[in-house]
Ligand binder design. Structure first.
Ligand code: GLU
Length: 465
């Protein structure tokens, strides 16, 4: 076991999105690889915007992806008293102060700064105030004096340094007494013993402020790794305009978690020109050194391609279990009718998503067959009666529906009708499936079985126009 301790720290203000899931995955992979500890911490100090629904959605999505944590989930809202004490500690040590400036005053200062072309930042009015009027206040962290620069070696981006003159006295406690993100994240990351903080690079600008807080609170500073953001195909920040951004929306659209994991990891990380990675491969091969500095571009076609790969190569029994709810949604009961595993096997090569597989599986369970109108008009015509009768006779005589006996049966049908297989197969396909696209005729016959196949041919004979 190494001493690596990493965490994923989502704010429960919505579903788990693609970017968050990738951050969680990177943390998880490193923890597993180095036999470290992966902590899950729910950052719900913003009581107004945090919901239980979002917590559940995030936990659910992590479970779906297989990202189990070793410690947690911890909830920051359980820890308010402790954060208060820590704010008090900084006040007592003169490292923080109460600021009584009203929002209107702050706005006026901001506007004045903008007018004069200065960067708007708090001017320190309340820094040296000693009175404690009966007025609402925030608590600000005093930017340490005499410090010119804060720098850190980001494990992805390299050395990053900030001039302290760019920073100002950060609010660490709001007027309602609740602590702010930058403060609690430091207290928790330090007290939970994080050795490495991996997160989205939208937090790079927070890092120097946090480092100063670590120092002020007397905590060791962890390592940082800021993961580049994810862009849409138009190179703008990934948003709903580019398609679903919620991880679980992809489950609903019939994606497999292993495809999603494989896709997410490649948004920023590479290993030569390999594309296919199981979770075990990733645990072995993942490294921050191979995470690029450039933003990843979300490519839905590649995700779809990976998904069809995992469907093609997936365990049919597992896929059958996953398929059931998709079929149930269509009102299809798989307890009666063909064996679902056989159905899956006939469709694995043809379906890129579980939704497509459910669409493709539907005909197996629709009894009577529901015909596509165009297909019926074209193929279920009166002149086909003798073909269907000949097929029925030969299938009836077939003792088992194995490939060889079916081939023999259809050889007889072709001879008797003097037709090529293609001319026979398409009307038969419509009779058996209701449409013109399906797995091969032999596969369909085998999956349906003799009784059901003959019943369907009979239905077709009765429907000929
Ligand atoms: N709760 C923060 C977020 O969701 C966490 C940032 C961090 O990892 O420090 O953006």
């Amino acid at each position: 076991m190494s001493d690596l301790r990493v965490r994923f720290a989502p704010s429960p203000t919505g579903y788990l999105h693609i970017g968050g899931a990738r951050t969680a995955l990177f943390n998880y992979l490193l923890a597993r690889q180095q036999q470290g500890i992966f902590v899950l911490r729910i950052e719900d100090t913003d009581v107004e915007r945090s919901t239980q629904e979002s917590v559940d959605a995030i936990l659910n999505a992590m479970e779906w992806l297989g990202l189990s944590c070793d410690e947690g989930p911890f909830y920051q809202s359980d820890n308010f008293d402790h954060y208060k004490q820590k704010v008090q500690q900084l006040l007592d040590e003169g490292k923080a102060y109460r600021c009584y400036c009203t929002p209107e005053e702050l706005e006026a200062k901001r506007e004045a700064a903008m007018k004069e072309g200065r960067k708007p930042k708090y001017d320190g009015t309340c820094r040296n105030r000693n009175d404690q009027p009966e007025q609402p206040y925030v608590v600000r962290f005093k930017l340490p004096e005499g410090r010119e620069e804060v720098a850190f070696d980001d494990q992805i981006k390299g050395r990053i340094s900030f001039k302290t003159e760019e920073l100002d006295d950060l609010i660490i406690q709001r007027t309602d007494g609740t602590p702010t993100y930058n403060f609690v994240v430091v207290v928790d990351d330090a007290e939970m013993g994080m050795t490495l903080v991996i997160r989205g690079d939208d937090h790079v600008n927070n890092t120097p402020r946090q480092i100063l807080l670590y120092e002020a609170l007397g905590y060791p500073v962890p390592q940082f790794a800021h993961v580049p953001m994810i862009l849409g195909s138009d190179k703008k920040r990934l948003s709903k305009r580019h398609g679903a951004t919620s991880v679980m929306a992809y489950q609903e659209m019939g994606y497999l978690p292993e495809a999603m994991v494989n896709y997410l990891v490649r948004l920023g990380w590479s290993h030569g020109d390999e594309e296919i990675f199981s979770m075990d491969d990733l645990i072995e091969k993942f490294s921050l050194a191979n995470v690029g500095r450039a933003a990843g571009v979300f490519n839905p076609e590649k995700l779809l391609w990976l998904n069809s790969h995992y469907i093609k190569t997936g365990d049919p029994q597992r896929l059958a279990d996953l398929l059931k709810p998709f079929l149930a949604e269509k009102g299809i009961n798989t307890e009666t009718g063909p064996d679902l595993v056989a159905v899956v096997k006939s469709l694995q090569e043809r379906a890129a998503t579980m939704v497509e597989m459910a669409d493709g599986a539907e005909f197996y369970y629709r009894d009577p067959v529901h015909y596509d109108e165009k297909a019926r008009e074209k193929f279920l015509t009166a002149d086909k009666a003798s073909i269907f009768e000949t097929i029925a006779d030969q299938l009836e005589a077939c003792s088992e529906f194995a490939e060889e006996s079916l081939e023999a049966a259809f050889a007889v049908v072709m001879e008797k009708t003097e037709l090529k297989f293609g001319k026979i197969a398409q009307p038969l396909r419509v009779a058996l499936t209701g449409g013109t696209a399906s797995p091969s005729i032999y596969e369909v016959l085998q999956v349906l079985g003799k009784e059901s196949a003959l019943k369907r041919i009979n239905q077709a004979l009765n429907s000929l126009s």
